[in-house]
Design a protein around this ligand. Structure first.
Ligand code: NAD
Length: 379
């Protein structure tokens, strides 16, 4: 079995989550120093597509600890529309070419990269080099190598790095983590997680273009299923075996349509995930030695819904997941609260994605994974 080396991964994790050790040793101590006086983090969104337009920008009108301070767009027509709608000063508007000048802009503390997947690494690294904190959308990049490059750039610049993993800040998901941690349903021995939607329409969309997406359903929705399997057990997997299915090859010319994968966890628990761009699925189920719980839906923008074998129906007030997520990151930067979705988590998930593709390429062979047990608990 192939073993993936994670030596760098572990040492970065330990220091990265604490943060202080890295920051004091770097030339860009300004990143934390400047923010200590601020009450609200100024965020610039890079890439004004559907997620920025319909989720992130509206959420940033309600956040307590950060606000929309700037935009970076490759589409000149969007500049005035966004400036008028969100009262953004022209000095806080950038394009992909002059983006690096953002380093001189004190209104912008953090850059949120919301571009097609293969552009994440370039813009996260440029943001870090500009001395700005970084939030990176999922999937973190299109390879583990790129994840390392992002993590290292942020480390060298002394800036914080967070993933756009909105569910990490979401109350139903946090209840799942509590169930697991407190062993409310005993020791977990099985998890299943499904994250999928049926894709149609424009065959030229970037998600179907491997150079821009890095992959298909697995890169897009599969990351949610991987995350569910991990916070559903509170463990990182020690092996994965995977299968790919294709029923519409004329539409999915370059990218995977449907993937299933099975995990083994250190405790002996097993997991089964599915992800697809061909069918709809949005659920997780966890079985323990003394009961079960499930979320359905488990990974849309909410409200989520859940129930347990004790007859409980989970009920939490609904708030924008993106608002909660961006405020959590801002609290990490401003008040040194824990980074609940660090870059290392994005890298871990990319390592699993690569192992899944490797298993498929080897006809479903079991691929060993070797993560430090401390890292990623509940994540
Ligand atoms: P989108 O297609 O709606 O927007 C993409 C943006 O990138 C557009 O503004 C487009 O102009 C710009 N762009 C720049 N260069 C481009 C190129 N070469 N080809 C295509 N577009 C280009 O995509 P989206 O749904 O907003 O997704 C953007 C990122 O956000 C992706 O990484 C995606 O995985 C992530 N996302 C995350 C969530 C979540 O729930 N966390 C939800 C949706 C999307």
């Amino acid at each position: 079995m192939n073993k993936i080396s994670r030596r760098n991964f572990n040492s970065i994790t330990v220091k990265g989550i604490g943060g202080a050790a890295i920051l004091s040793a770097t030339p860009f101590a300004c990143a934390l120093g400047a923010n200590q006086d601020k009450k609200s983090l100024g965020i610039a969104l890079v890439g004004l597509g559907s997620y920025s337009t319909y989720q992130l920008a509206p959420a940033l009108q309600d956040t307590q600890h950060c606000h929309l301070a700037g935009i970076v767009t490759g589409t000149p027509e969007k500049e005035k529309i966004w400036a008028d709608k969100y009262n953004i000063s022209s000095k806080n508007i950038y394009n992909y070419k002059n983006f690096d000048e953002i380093s001189n802009n004190p209104d912008i503390d953090a850059i949120y990269v919301v571009l097609p997947n293969s552009m994440h690494a370039e813009f996260c690294i440029r943001a870090a080099k500009a001395g700005k904190h970084v939030i990176c959308e999922k999937p973190m990049a299109v390879s583990v190598e790129e994840c390392d490059a992002i993590i290292n750039a942020c480390k060298e610049a002394g800036v914080k790095l967070g993933m756009g993993y909105r569910l990490q800040s979401e109350p139903y998901t946090q209840q799942v983590k509590r169930f697991v941690k407190e062993k409310t349903f005993g020791d977990i021995n099985f998890v299943s997680a499904d994250a999928a939607y049926r894709s149609g329409g424009n065959p030229d969309q970037w998600r179907l273009n491997k150079a821009l997406s890095g992959g298909g359903a697995l890169m897009n929705m599969g990351v949610y299923a991987i995350q569910s399997a991990i916070y559903g057990t509170g463990e990182n997997p020690i092996s994965v075996s995977a299968q790919e299915f294709s029923t519409r090859p004329e539409y999915f010319k370059e990218t995977d349509e449907t993937i299933t994968a099975q995990f083994e966890f250190p405790s002996g628990a097993i997991g089964n995930i599915s992800t697809s761009h061909n069918f709809n699925a949005n659920a997780m189920y966890v079985s323990g030695t003394s009961g079960w719980f499930r979320l359905n839906p488990a990974n849309n923008y909410g409200p989520l819904s859940g129930e347990t074998s004790k007859g409980d129906v989970l009920k939490f007030p609904h708030e924008s997941q993106q608002k909660l997520q961006m405020d959590d990151f801002a609290k990490h930067v401003l008040f040194d609260e824990p980074n609940i979705a660090p870059g290392e988590m994005g890298k871990r998930d990319m390592m699993i994605v690569e192992a899944i593709y490797e298993s498929i390429a080897k006809g479903g062979q079991k691929i060993a994974l070797d993560f430090e047990p401390e890292f990623g608990f509940g994540g």
